[in-house]
Ligand binder design. Structure first.
Ligand SMILES: *Cc1c(COP(=O)(O)O)cnc(C)c1O
Length: 229
């Protein structure tokens, strides 16, 4: 697979250990057959940004292939959390305290543990992500107080700004890495290690800046056909 090879090359030229970057295959807008083909090619980690769509595709996949994991990567409404928690092993797009409360509630009902990443604004015009540093700290303080026993805070996620300016993209990724360092100092007992950053157009820069997981759709599955849905 071409993308895997490019991830490896980027690991090498960034002086990072081989295998330090995971590939999350973003299958949104692509049919279940594409997911199965990717699994045949050895891909086990998938990302979907809409719960409804994921719910149509993944329960069957996950019941047939126990090693497959699904991450939710798109904005999540509170009323979709129940279904998200049923099918996903991680929610990467946690952007507010309310969502954490609901995730904990639904996980407790299902007696299931889940990982979350905090989505962070790192580019000027990006819309999604935690409203402010203070709000993020408040959520992390709640983890420190043991309010979310079924939820493991495992990383940070960001989307670089939509621009051709490579310096801006790089700055966005490096700021996520710096935030992780800051959080690891401030909250040494929280296991916030993952940096989910890099998409089809910018994952090589993201790997140079320390990404531990790239979320790649188009470069793996081709262009999305938004017209059909
Ligand atoms: C769609 C999407 C991706 C993948 O984007 P591509 O450019 O197709 O690789 C990554 N992350 C998020 C949050 C997405 O919504």
């Amino acid at each position: 697979m071409k993308v895997r090879k490019q991830i490896e090359d980027a690991e090498i030229h960034s002086g990072r250990p081989k295998g330090s970057v995971r590939l999350c295959a973003v299958s949104k807008f692509h049919p279940q057959e594409d997911v199965y083909s990717a699994i045949e090619g050895g891909q086990l980690l998938f990302g979907e940004n809409r719960v409804q769509e994921a719910y149509g595709k993944f329960p069957q996949v996950v019941s047939e292939c126990k090693d497959v994991q699904l991450h939710i990567i798109g904005q999540l409404q509170t009323n979709k959390v129940k279904k998200a928690v049923e099918i996903a092993s991680c929610i990467q797009s946690v952007d507010r305290e309310d969502l954490l409360k609901e995730i904990e509630k639904q996980c407790a009902k299902l007696q299931k543990n889940i990982e979350v990443y905090f989505e962070i604004h790192t580019g000027e015009e990006s819309k999604s992500g935690y409203g402010s540093r203070e709000e993020l700290f408040a959520s992390l303080d709640n983890f420190m107080e043991g309010k979310y026993p079924h939820v493991k805070p495992a990383g940070l996620m960001t989307m670089a700004p939509f621009t051709d300016d490579k310096d801006l993209i790089r700055k966005s990724f490096s700021s996520l890495r710096l935030l992780r360092e800051e959080l690891n100092k401030k909250y040494p007992s929280l296991p916030i290690h993952e940096l989910s950053m890099g998409m089809s157009g910018d994952y090589e820069i993201a790997i140079e800046e320390g990404s531990t997981m790239v979320r790649v759709g188009t470069a793996l599955f081709g262009e999305r056909d938004y017209g059909e849905k």
